[in-house]
Design a protein around this ligand. Structure first.
Ligand code: GAP
Length: 491
């Protein structure tokens, strides 16, 4: 199975070995929870991002895309509530000094309980329900008691010697400009913890210049930064990551209809890029963020359990109203169409439904589904095996490998001609080294869906062997069919 937990460690090392993901600044022993994408990873990430961008800004006529800066005026984060509220309850172990996010500590304990048996699984569910209730009430003393009552220990010191639960802000700060200010706080800027605020502060710019009519959406992809305390599970929780967010601006009172619409739409989109429906589920939030009147996660069954992949939030008019108040600029929409609906027309602050998916998490989702270690018995009775990335062809980093059987007899020339024909349409890879079987295995390992071999017969009848990654079937097609065949399969 591609997604078994015990394959996760293999998947992580496969990502490194085949140019998908490297630890950031590895030569200096790395930087915790920060990763670099290699030559195949960067291309796969781009392909996923492009699919999302296309589905939002091309397939929806009322959604446009922007690219706002990472640095924003510091008041943005005061207005959005992030300076005061963007914090997680943390607890420190007094013996090891290790800090934990309270929910992660309790969830980790519950996972261990669940693995023990049915009775313990029931107990774990009760603990999780108690945690949800305490989080919803911001009852930090109650959370500490829950940890102590269940004798939840630190993984390092193995003791239950805990501090009180405290809030810890997740935003990274840095200094702006070369001139030292009298008050050092004046120079502070934050690395954005979400891309959404770049959309809110540009609401009027986009609405006016694009003559957008409500309902409409603004989409953007880009880096976000959070000083996560427990950064773990590879690229699942990172300190620097990429989000793909869309804010959909609607009439007040219609937000729940749009919330339900986007909830369905987004799940369907995930299925359209190859995620099986059975591996996705909704999880309604018990404790709502400070800006939301409804929220849910679309969860995916990762090799380490069901976890959030995308958030759908009904953000009310909170953000636009806050920016209006802090900037002292009127941020409203004049709705001509209300008159047609028999209502007095006029200005209002739109409500917002947000869809927010982590690109890195989606990348991990796709790779964990794609990774497979396969073994089989050949016709002659001998064993064979391979590691393959069954990435859907339309997002695979390389679509076609062009492989002359030998480095002579005019075969490389024919192969290069095919390469020139195809490379303007999709990403191709040319290789003439090593035995053909070895080259096929390498292409399986990086997830290339099609390989074409040019051999001596090509010179006689203009045909080549095309090999399909998933079935390993091969067939003979004419040279001039190759481009169309691949294009048909990746569109
Ligand atoms: N604008 C709303 C927002 O940021 P969120 O639920 O905090 O909501 C949205 O984040 C998505 O961003 C998550 O569903 C997840 O996919 C991704 N994400 C959040 N924190 C992340 C992290 N530390 N590393 C990787 N992805 C993260």
């Amino acid at each position: 199975m591609a997604n078994e937990a015990n394959n996760f460690a293999e998947l992580v090392s496969h990502c490194k070995e085949y140019g998908y993901i490297f630890q950031s600044s590895e030569i200096y022993d790395g930087l915790a929870a920060v990763y670099d994408y290699g030559q195949n990873g960067a291309q796969l990430k781009k392909n996923i991002r492009d699919e999302w961008w296309k589905s939002m800004t091309q397939l929806h006529e009322n959604i446009v895309g922007i690219d706002a800066a990472i640095f924003m005026h510091p008041t943005t984060w005061k207005a959005s509530g992030h300076v005061d509220n963007f914090s997680d309850p943390m607890i420190d172990n007094k013996d090891s000094k290790k800090r934990y996010r309270v929910d992660h500590l309790i969830e980790g304990f519950a996972d261990e309980l669940k693995a023990k048996g049915e009775k313990e699984a029931k107990e774990a569910d009760e603990i999780l329900a108690a945690m949800d209730a305490l989080l919803a009430k911001d009852d930090y003393a109650g959370l500490k008691k829950l940890i102590e009552d269940n004798k939840i220990t630190c993984s390092v010191s193995k003791t239950c010697n805990w501090t009180d639960v405290r809030l810890f802000n997740l935003m990274f700060k840095t200094e702006f400009g070369a001139v030292a200010a009298e008050n050092p706080d004046e120079n502070i800027v934050y690395l954005r913890p979400e891309t959404a605020q770049g959309i809110f502060v540009n609401f009027l710019n986009v609405q006016k210049t694009g003559r957008m009519k409500i309902p409409f959406g603004i989409a953007q992809t880009g880096k976000a930064f959070r000083n996560e305390i427990v950064a773990r599970q590879f690229i699942f929780r990172m300190r620097e990551f990429e989000q793909m967010e869309m804010q959909f601006f609607v009439r007040p009172g219609t937000q729940m209809d749009w919330y339900n619409y986007w909830k369905e739409e987004r799940k369907k989109w995930h299925e359209s890029i190859g995620i099986p429906a059975g591996k996705l589920r909704y999880h309604n939030h018990v404790k709502l963020a400070h800006y939301a009147d409804a929220a849910l996660d679309i969860e995916f069954e990762f090799p380490f359990g069901w976890k959030e992949l995308e958030g759908i939030h009904s953000r009310t008019d909170f953000d636009l109203k806050q920016h209006q108040e802090y900037s002292k600029k009127k941020i409203q929409y004049f709705d001509n169409d209300l008159k047609e609906d028999g209502k007095p027309y006029g200005n209002y602050t739109p409500y917002v439904v947000e869809t927010s998916v982590g690109l890195d998490r989606l990348f991990l989702t796709i790779l964990s589904l794609a990774y497979a270690e396969e073994k089989w018995t050949k016709e002659d009775g001998s064993e064979d095996s391979r590691v393959v990335l069954r990435i859907p062809a339309k997002i695979a980093p390389t679509k076609l490998a062009i492989l002359p059987l030998v480095k002579k007899d005019g075969l490389p020339e024919i192969a290069k001609e095919l390469m020139n024909q195809c490379k303007t349409a999709f990403h191709c890879f040319y290789e003439e080294k090593d035995a053909i079987g070895k080259r096929y295995r390498r292409m399986d390992a990086i997830g290339t869906p099609f390989c074409v071999t040019i051999d001596h017969q090509t010179k006689e009848d203009n045909t080549v062997t095309i090999r399909y990654r998933d079935s390993m079937q091969q067939e003979r097609v004419t040279l001039d069919e190759v481009k169309n065949l691949v294009q048909k399969n990746i569109s």
